[in-house]
Design a protein around this ligand. Structure first.
Ligand SMILES: [Zn+2]
Ligand SMILES: [Zn+2]
Length: 368
């Protein structure tokens, strides 16, 4: 049944109208939530590298990007359990909830992961946004004042912390930390190298410190990011704009490394990740590149998405680690007004901002 025009919700969203175009904040209309959906008012959204690469193409236009939303539930459909209006939520990746992997509690392996996150439509092919604009990116399209989400991609968060700060937990930070703590299950006193000190790599550095890895080697070409990596727990820094990476790593460990997180998506770095592993070591490629299937000496290279995390368990865990002072991810963030979205993207591309966060709607007072 089509909703009547009277029930449509007026929203504002940053619309991408063509490849490489500037995002423009436009007035749109959105359907009210279906019985398995919740309407959330967005307070903030992180900008992730995946948003930026989709701005260049790979989507049919016009579309609304954004997949690190945080906001307040305003209404829930009658089949939604566990959430009510007023709840503070961080939004994460979407899954179907019905396939074998979803039912077994591994939504990251959802058989419809691609359609649910990159299909720019609900799984039945419909779109809540009107006027031919495509939404539902990662089940959210959070560069907007409002969104429809489901119990599968909403995570309830405490009201004692600002939603703007919590927003980027939904993708980039979960990916970096989850890769170290879940996928690689890095052990105390084992060596780890992290290629790329952007938000994902720096989350991996903080997680490696939580896991008590040693040494923790951060590799990047940006010296400011390397300094930040040191402050967040890296014991060794390699400026990859000079010298030979393999030699520099061997100079530190005397051999290879036990774990590698590859977050640069550079083909040569991905090749080196396999080469620099110690026997029995594991490397995680975060670009989505296909990993070599067999390597000698029990080495494993794996393509990882979302740090193998179940958002409803892992994001609250990251928040507890933040509260204990062990995961100070707020140091990566820089806030921008929603209207400065193109500036925020440009700063992220230039590398001057590690993790831009858009301030979209009013932040409610923080409860003590
Ligand atoms: Zn992302
Ligand atoms: Zn599924």
């Amino acid at each position: 049944m089509k909703p009547s025009p009277a029930s449509l919700i007026p929203i504002r969203a940053a619309v991408l109208r063509g490849p490489g175009a500037r995002l423009k904040i436009e007035r749109l209309e959105m359907e009210p939530p279906r019985e398995d959906e919740a309407l959330a008012r967005l307070v903030a959204s992180g900008i992730c590298h995946t948003d930026i690469s989709f701005c260049e193409g790979g989507v049919s236009f016009p579309a609304v990007l954004g997949h690190e939303g945080a906001g307040i539930v305003e209404a829930v459909g009658k089949k939604v359990r566990g959430f009510k209006p007023g709840d503070h939520v961080v939004l994460s990746y979407q899954s179907c909830g019905r396939c074998r992997a979803c039912r077994a509690g591994h939504p990251v392996d959802c058989g419809q992961f691609w359609e649910a996150n990159f299909g720019f439509a609900r799984l039945d092919g419909t779109n809540a946004l009107q006027g031919g604009v495509r939404g539902h990116f990662f089940g959210q399209s959070s560069f907007a004042t409002h969104t429809l989400a489901t119990v599968r991609n909403m995570v309830k968060v405490p009201r004692t912390l600002p939603l703007a700060m919590l927003a980027p937990l939904g993708c980039g930070l979960q990916t970096g930390a989850g890769t170290v703590l879940n996928t690689l299950a890095v052990r105390a006193r084992s060596s780890i190298a992290i290629f790329g000190a952007g938000s994902v790599g720096l989350a991996a550095v903080m997680a490696a410190r939580i896991a008590k890895a040693a040494p923790i080697i951060a590799v990047d070409t940006n010296r400011r990011r390397l300094r930040l990596a040191r402050e967040l727990g890296a014991t060794h820094l390699i400026d990859n704009s000079r010298g030979d990476l393999a030699e520099s790593i061997r100079a530190i460990t005397g051999a290879g490394v036990d774990s590698i997180v590859e977050s640069t998506a550079d083909g040569e770095m991905e090749r080196l990740a396999a080469e620099l592993l110690n026997p029995g070591g594991k490397a995680a490629l975060l670009s989505g590149a296909s990993a070599p299937s067999r390597l000698p000496g029990g080495r494993k290279v794996k393509s990882v998405i979302q740090g193998d995390a179940v958002p409803q368990r892992f994001i609250p865990k990251l928040i507890r680690l933040y509260q204990a002072g062990r995961f100070p991810f707020d140091r990566l963030l820089k806030y921008y007004p929603f209207g400065k979205i193109n500036r925020a993207i440009a700063d992220s591309k230039r590398g001057t901002t590690v993790k831009p966060v858009l301030l979209i709607g009013e932040e409610p007072p923080i409860r003590k």
